[in-house]
Design a protein around this ligand. Sequence first.
Ligand code: GRF
Length: 188
Amino acid sequence: MTRLAIFASGSGSNAVNIIEYFHNKPEVEITKVYCNNPKAGILNKANALGVKTLLFNREEWKSDAILSDLKKEETDVIALAGFLWLIPTDMVAAFPDRILNIHPSLLPKYGGKGMYGSKVHEAVVANKESQSGITIHLVNEKYDDGGIVYQESVPIQESDTPEEVASKVLTIEHANYARVIEEYIQKL
Ligand code: GRF
């Protein structure tokens, strides 16, 4: 059995998707949703789904409180789902090749510091790209930089707005992230 922690900062639709996907699968237990944003929609959603949450501030993040909690929970794997803070070196080192992230572009394009949320899709449209997509990758000390585990593209029409691109990309995030996490865990 693999104990999976989820980190989220926002509405948490990917986090909810992961929780629901593993709900009836005894091989994976969701331990907790870790969240840095008191206004994040995921806090209520996780509670409604019976998953514990841990809300923390910058000071707690910089201390060893979160790493201690992950260890206390006997965490095996971490999935970042719309989590916006950089993962500290000691956490990366404590979970080698055990932290996954989903990024809403075809990395290495449109990744790195400051490239998150709507900014990604605005840049994709401004550059008249004919496709975008998702990248599920391992997490290292830099933003959006670790080894790529899975990518899938979506076509973009010239008339697409950033919101329309975001919606297409989110659809394939939901269709793939939990499944790719499951397959990754099976190979560990
Ligand atoms: C997703 O597009 C994810 O790839 C990105 O932020 C968005 C989060 O959406 N990193 P949600 O919070 O999972 O609804």
